[in-house]
Structure formats: C-alpha cells, structure tokens
Write a protein that binds this ligand. Structure first.
Ligand code: BTN
Length: 266
C-alpha cells in the first residue's frame, strides 16, 4: 500500500467498499491514459463502470479545449445507461455537478457555475464533460468525465483561473477518499433523489442565479449580457437581457460579480 494520499487502486477500492456508491463499484484504474474517456470506450456498456487515472496525456475539456491532467489531480469517467430520451441529457449533467459540489463542499466553500463547473471564489476547482451516445432519439449511454484539482496546483498563466483543494485547504487531501465521496454523492443524487429535490438543491448551489452572466456563443454570434433568472427542469438557463428573457441551452457562460456573492443555505 502506498503511504501518501495519491490515487492508488487498493485504497480507492477500500474507500469505495466503505461507501454507499453504486457508480464506481466496477472500477478500472490506470497510472496513465490518453484520456479516461478513451479507456471507457474499450469496455462493454455497463451501468456505473468507472475508469480513473493518475494522469492523462490527452485530457479533454469543453469546447475542444485541453484539460491539464498532471499527477495530483483526480481524473475519472463513468458510464450511465439511462432509459430516457436525448432531452434528459442536460439534466444528467446538472445531477453530476450537484453531486460533485456536495462532496467538494466538505473541503472548501464551492458553488456550481452553470452548467457544470465547480468554482471557489471565482476560480475553477473542477470541470465536468458529458457525452451522450444516441440511437435515434434515445440515449444509448452517457459518458461523464470529471477532473478535480485536488493536490495539483502552481497552475501556469494560461490556467490562472484554476485553483486546487490543496491550495484552498493549505494541505494535501486524501485523493482516494475524495474520489469515493464524489462517486457516492453523484450516486445518491442520480439514483435516490427526485427531479424536484435536485433542481432545488442545484439552484441553491448555483453561483449564476440572480447574478450577471455573459454568454459567449460558440458559433461566433457574439456575446450577450444579462441576469440569470432561473434554471429550468430541462437544464437550460433563463437570462433577462435588455431585449427580454432568453433561454440558453448551450455555449460558454462567464460569471461576473461572484466575489460578492452571498451564499444561501445549501
Ligand atoms: C471542462 O472543460 O470543464 C471539462 C473538463 C473535464 C475533464 C475530465 S478529466 C477526466 C475526463 N477525461 C477527459 O479527457 N476529460 C474529462
């Protein structure tokens, strides 16, 4: 057994056995992968099957970006096989964000930036990427990939908006325990909570609500500014702009004014 707190197969399995998680019971662990998504694709579809790695050589983020994946972060992907239509996919993203935020809140005062970044004092602590594999209109499987800045840090200038738990807590965190806790919270939200409970908790943890947002459209349509007024059951965001209320389904949202944000009870 390794005596540091870094990811180690035996320790993750021990932590997962001690938890109530369903996602991650079938865990495949690697020291280095291109991306945990690539590895996941090598397995037959199985609900909750999880791949975790110490580092990734080609970690991927949203909008075609790279994801910094050096040792010390936590990188994992898992499969969900929901029996729903494609319209449900965005809500599954919200469920995962809520689960991660709940688990990370035990370590640092963090919130969700719509749709699924976990932020602390305006800096990004964790990113989530979901991919839906479809057959016609129905979901064949959903791959969820999560990267948590745990014991990494000293981010380069390009990542000046990133922060790690180690930096926030002033000490190393136990990555194995943390991974099991995150999987447990996502499992709880996904399998045991109602849609209403999730949406209500999500809204309380969402940094955007009643704050100013800037929407950068990926198709070059330009930016739009407004106040986020609501998160809807389909996972979209309602924004009050000077031209009226608009509904935002995708794209990149940057949040302003969150340093002065007052937290409500989560
Ligand atoms: C984002 O851009 O915010 C999403 C980042 C998602 C990173 C994780 S790390 C594990 C999984 N494997 C990847 O290649 N990406 C996701």
């Amino acid at each position: 057994m390794k005596n540091d707190l870094g990811l180690c197969k035996k320790e993750i399995i021990r932590e997962i056995k001690n938890s109530n998680t369903l996602i991650g019971r079938d865990l495949h662990f690697f020291e280095s992968v291109t991306s945990t998504f690539d590895k996941l694709e090598e397995f037959k579809p199985k609900e909750g099957l999880t791949v975790a790695a110490v580092c990734q050589t080609n970690g991927r983020g949203r909008l075609g970006r790279q994801w910094n994946s050096k040792k010390g972060g936590i990188y994992f992907s898992f499969m969900l096989l929901p029996k729903e239509n494609v319209e449900e996919a965005p809500f599954i993203t919200l469920i995962c964000a809520l689960g991660v935020q709940k688990a990370l809140s035990k370590y640092a005062d963090c919130l969700i930036k719509w749709p699924n970044d976990i932020v602390c004092d305006g800096k990004k602590l964790c990113g989530i990427l979901t991919k839906a594999n479809l057959t016609g209109n129905s979901i064949k499987s959903i791959y969820v990939g999560i990267g948590i800045n745990a014991n990494n840090g000293n981010f380069c200038d390009e990542l000046s908006n990133a922060v790690s738990l180690k930096e926030l807590c002033g000490k190393n965190v136990d990555e194995n325990k943390l991974l099991a806790e995150v999987l447990e919270e996502i499992s709880h939200a996904y399998y045991s909570q109602s849609r209403e409970q999730i949406l209500s908790s999500y809204k309380k943890a969402c940094v955007n609500l009643e704050n100013q947002v800037t929407i950068h459209y990926a198709n070059g349509k330009g930016d739009e500014h407004g106040i986020c007024k609501d998160i809807l059951p389909d996972g979209s965001m309602n924004v009050q702009t000077k031209n009226g209320i608009i509904n935002v389904n995708s794209g990149e949202v940057s949040v302003k004014g969150i340093y002065n944000f007052e937290r409500t009870n989560l």
